[in-house]
Design a protein around this ligand. Sequence first.
Ligand SMILES: Nc1ncnc2c1ncn2[C@@H]1O[C@H](COP(=O)(O)OP(=O)(O)OP(=O)(O)O)[C@@H](O)[C@H]1O
Ligand SMILES: [Mg+2]
Length: 217
Amino acid sequence: MIYMQDVWYHIDKYPILSNINLRVKPGEFVYLVGASGAGKSTVLRLIHMELMPTRGFVKVADYQSHRIQPHEIPLFRRKVSVIFQDFKLLDDRDVYENVAFALWATGVPRRKIKKRVFHVLAEVGLSHRRYAMPSELSGGEKQRVAIARALANEPFVLLADEPTGNLDPESTHEIMQLLMRIHRKGTAVLMATHKETMPDTQYPMRMVRLNEGKIAS
Ligand SMILES: Nc1ncnc2c1ncn2[C@@H]1O[C@H](COP(=O)(O)OP(=O)(O)OP(=O)(O)O)[C@@H](O)[C@H]1O
Ligand SMILES: [Mg+2]
């Protein structure tokens, strides 16, 4: 479903990524590890098509980096969503509105929005916090709102860039459990982290290691 073939990414002729080949199957859980600067975020941004490869190509479902048209990007991003270390919530809107916004922005009718927001908030265990403002939430709760928002449009893949980077061990555990549950329900998850060890779990996931812009293992 995600396919990167001989992908290079240069900034001013300097190669940030070189010769990346990566394939993620539908419903896979891939753990992308590597030191700071190894290129993990760059890989995710290429898959999200915020960046275009300077050589090779990226294919995500039926979308190809060298063919996609600017007007197709919003539709594409509904199906490939991202969460970040710093949550990126809208601080002047409550939990409900943060999630609803993702649907509203894609033209979903109001009646359907309400149903869907309630559904995804229940999925992340935050129904009772729907009128809270982001400033009233713990880090773990903020990330759960971001995950609910990411799931609102029923993506087939969730890209997670250091989703637990700002969290204490307990919230980290909670968010990992949630990502695994989402995965079990059929969404592929590609998670980047600089933590070199697998999370303490028997959960089936594949580890891909990046080193200085190349896949090391
Ligand atoms: N806009 C940019 N201009 C110049 N260099 C950049 C830019 N973006 C990324 N880089 C460089 O590309 C390399 C890979 O960056 P990237 O953010 O993908 O790494 P990362 O593995 O996500 O690191 P971290 O764990 O710190 O998030 C780094 O050496 C970084 O300095
Ligand atoms: Mg990064």
